[in-house]
Ligand binder design. Structure first.
Ligand SMILES: [Zn+2]
Length: 194
């Protein structure tokens, strides 16, 4: 079957099994989603830690593989299927390489990257600083936004959409900005009722 490259408009020849998947144009290198894929053909990925991602279309899966986010020890299944298959059955290129001598005793031979398709960085450090500044500044101008943004980030982490390492930073932010807000409210009440 044939389809047109989105970027250079040239006709590309692909096998029918490529429908719905990602294909690199051999003329310009553009990654195209091959038309004609079944819209309900979705896949779920499980990392070696047991966390699951998806369901996503085959093209997204291809994208994750090209970005190095799926390693050989991940498992993949069709959304409707109950059994998992090794990621290497879908992507033989993920097979760990045989020990290749790098020539240097200090270079590792092969490092498998662990799977994390949601690599949105957390904002924990910045928010913690904001909440500490909020202690010094009255009226909660910094404490309130720090508290709200930290709560948003925490939800993102719980939904597996953000870097988990932000967790301790965000919890500290919530505690400190909470204290900042309490002090503000306390001093307002104090001025009104004293
Ligand atoms: Zn092209």
């Amino acid at each position: 079957m044939q389809f047109q490259c989105e970027s250079c408009q040239r006709e590309l020849q692909v096998v029918p099994q490529a429908a719905g998947r990602l294909a690199k144009c051999c003329y310009c290198g553009q990654n195209n989603v091959v038309p004609g894929g079944l819209p309900n053909d979705l896949f779920v990925v499980q990392s070696c830690e047991g966390r699951t991602y998806g369901p996503v279309a085959f093209a997204v899966l291809d994208q994750w593989v090209t970005e190095g986010r799926i390693s050989h020890d991940c498992r993949i299944r069709r959304q409707q299927a109950t059994h998992w298959l090794a990621a290497t059955e879908f992507y033989p290129q993920l097979q760990p390489q045989k020990r290749r001598r790098s020539g240097s005793p200090f270079k590792p031979d092969f490092v498998a990257t662990s799977f994390n398709p949601y690599s949105v960085p957390h904002r924990g450090v910045g928010l913690l600083i904001l909440s500490i500044v909020g202690l010094a500044v009255p009226c909660g101008v910094f404490s309130l936004p720090a508290l709200l943004l930290a709560a948003l980030d925490l939800r993102q982490i719980r939904q597996n959409k953000m870097d988990r390492r932000g967790l301790p930073w965000l919890v500290s932010t919530i505690i400190i900005s909470g204290i900042g807000l309490a002090v503000t409210i306390g001093s307002v009440l104090w001025t009104f009722y004293w």
